[in-house]
Design a protein around this ligand. Sequence first.
Ligand SMILES: [Fe+2]
Ligand SMILES: [Fe+2]
Length: 200
Amino acid sequence: MGNGYGYTRERALDLLEEWTQSESLRKHGLAVSVCTEAYGVKEAARLGLAGDEAAKLIELYACAGLLHDMDYERHPTQEEHPFVAVAMLREQGWPEPVLHAILAHADYSGVAPESHLDRALFACDELAGFLTACALVKPTKSIRDVEVKGVLKKMKDKAFARAVKREDITAGAALLGLSVEDHVANCLAAMQVRSEELGL
Ligand SMILES: [Fe+2]
Ligand SMILES: [Fe+2]
């Protein structure tokens, strides 16, 4: 389903794969997009949207997730990521809300999360990584075996997945007006439903 501009999830996935060779970075983009998409579904319902209107909104959320780190492999510095991607996407005519969200996911960009999409992307970025880390320590390495309770416990374990900033997860939940527990539950459920696609 296109969003009317031709800026589709499929195109976003193509761009992610074109710019990113790393399997784990591709999987990160996918995992984040599955989570942001779930928040898009909630937001569409809250706004009372249905049919094409809902699908268009949801697709923006999915695209922002897929594209937010698309330039990270080639341009990992704070001078370039995500500015290189945003400049390129703007030239291609991608919708402004997607660009704004991509800028706002980087807390050093000078662009603060404002819209619900901005806040959802910020909130899902670190958490999707953390949930992936929680899955990978399971014997099955499957997200299906991860439980909310275990995630909350691991968040307190500073030695576990130490690169993931807990304060960003907490701040992200607050930006969405949710408890950390509800935010974890939402993202975990979203990733579990699509575990095969995520390879998790
Ligand atoms: Fe990033
Ligand atoms: Fe990211």
